[in-house]
Design a protein around this ligand. Structure first.
Ligand SMILES: [Zn+2]
Length: 453
């Protein structure tokens, strides 16, 4: 079973499943107000790898990841461009999923949109007021953070030091009782999108959105809550505080993925001008190479993304693709080397040790090639089969570079998966027929339709 570094206890913890054999996990998704940058790409890949690895380990995974489609940043952009917030959110959600598809990131089991849950958010806020844990202020409804005894659990800081560290704002005007209190509901200014509430028209705060959607779709006491390291505090702290204050049991474990840094370890930030857009990166580099680059760093460490590290990952993909071309039968017709898979699994189970697992992978590539060079193809095949299997476990598609499916074929494969999920098998079969007519071999895998030549 996978052991991950649990942010709440700062120790490695095995997943402790509420329902045997089934993982329930929530990962904070995107706020759709701009094109995703490469940091979003790394984050999405890490969680896709964790999800796929859990499934490869034999578990069912219920993966919920939200779309924040109402937010201050969305409203700011809408105002600046003279269009509606819904219009802005729709546009950037399309861009988001396009990038995810190109990265081979699977769609979540559920992808709740914040705007679909506003009534439930209002209900939670009403309950928190009822319990004396929230109060209406000047510009919205606030959560009384100091009413939660272990507030600061994820930040690993006591309330006193959080209070001292909080940004000093014009709290009197806003009616905040403590600098660490945070908005659950924000009253609408003229022209802003709003929903009705007992306290005045407005919109939910971000922290309230996630706690409501997580509990609604996964239920109390779900297994794992994830996100980027930048979300530990205040976002996840505040999600958790609301659940605790409402008498609900929240996530059993917390895991966080590291950031992308520029050359020299410098933090990416817009003011530095070194933010690279994800669609740009995917235009310039093989999307599979970005997955390999992500795997070659530990998921909690900073990841340096530069033209050099990307090119080196592309070369790594070429070695894997060359192996796939040399051992095509090993994809399905050969039993993988059991000892190699055991070593892989042991490394992955230890806090997702992808660095060691990928080193193991390339060692196998080398050994398989050496054996085949010596004329011992029979001994090389199980090693090559283990390479295929390990790549499958982490979502690394290999063997496609000589005939990479173009956008059209990939789109058809994606459309076929959508049709299958809808139960429209006639349509799915028609698309399969078309792909086959175009010369593709169409495979059904747990990850969906895979096409190759
Ligand atoms: Zn969230």
């Amino acid at each position: 079973m996978l052991r991950l570094h649990d942010t709440a206890t700062a120790t490695l913890q095995e997943l402790d499943l509420r329902d045997p054999g089934r993982v329930s996990m929530y990962v904070c998704g995107s706020t759709v107000y701009a094109d995703p940058h490469i940091g979003h790409g790394r984050f999405a890949l890490v969680w896709d790898i964790i999800r796929r690895y859990l499934r490869w380990s034999g578990l069912d995974v219920n993966f919920v990841s939200n779309v924040t489609d109402i937010d201050d940043k969305i409203i700011d952009r809408a105002n600046a461009e003279g269009r509606s917030a819904a219009d802005v959110a729709r546009q950037y959600e399309v861009t988001w999923w396009e990038s995810m598809d190109r990265l081979g990131v699977e769609r979540p089991t559920s992808e709740p949109h914040a705007t679909e849950y506003v009534e439930r958010m209002v209900e939670l806020i009403a309950e928190l007021i009822e319990r004396g844990k929230a109060y209406p202020g000047g510009d919205g409804v606030y959560f009384a953070a100091e009413a939660v005894a272990d507030y600061g659990l994820l930040a690993h800081q006591p309330i006193d030091s959080l209070r001292v560290g909080a940004r000093i704002e014009v709290d009197e005007e806003r009616g905040k009782r403590s600098p660490i209190d945070f908005a659950l509901w924000k009253f609408a200014k003229p022209g802003e999108p709003s929903w009705p509430s007992p306290w005045g028209a407005g919109r939910p705060g971000w922290h309230t959105e996630c706690v409501v959607m997580a509990l609604d779709l996964l239920g109390d006491d779900f297994d794992l809550h994830g996100g980027g390291l930048d979300l530990v505090f205040p976002h996840h702290e505040n999600e958790r505080a609301q659940a605790v204050a409402a008498g609900r049991r929240f996530s059993r474990r917390w895991a966080h993925s590291g950031m992308v840094v520029a050359e020299g370890g410098e933090k990416m930030s817009k003011s530095l001008g070194n933010v690279i857009s994800l669609p740009d990166l995917l235009e310039r580099y093989n999307p599979r190479a970005y997955r390999l680059l992500v795997l070659q760093a530990h998921y909690r460490s900073p990841l340096t993304v530069t033209p050099k590290t990307l090119s080196s990952a592309e070369q790594g993909m070429e070695r894997l693709d060359a192996l796939a071309r040399r051992f095509p039968d090993a994809r399905t017709a050969v039993v993988p080397d059991a000892a190699a898979l055991d070593r892989f699994q042991a490394r992955m189970d230890e806090d997702l040790g992808t660095v060691q697992a990928i080193a193991e992978l390339f060692d196998l590539v080398k050994r398989a090639n050496t054996l085949a060079d010596q004329g011992n193809v029979g001994a090389a095949q199980p090693l090559a089969a283990a390479v295929y299997e390990m790549c499958r476990a982490v979502g690394l598609e290999i063997g496609g570079s000589s005939v990479a499916p173009g956008e059209d074929a990939s789109a058809q494969a994606a459309a076929r998966d959508v049709a299958r999920r809808r139960g429209d098998y006639a349509e799915a079969d028609a698309i399969r027929g078309q792909l086959q007519a175009d010369g593709w071999i169409v495979e059904d895998t747990p990850e969906g339709t895979v096409i190759r030549r």
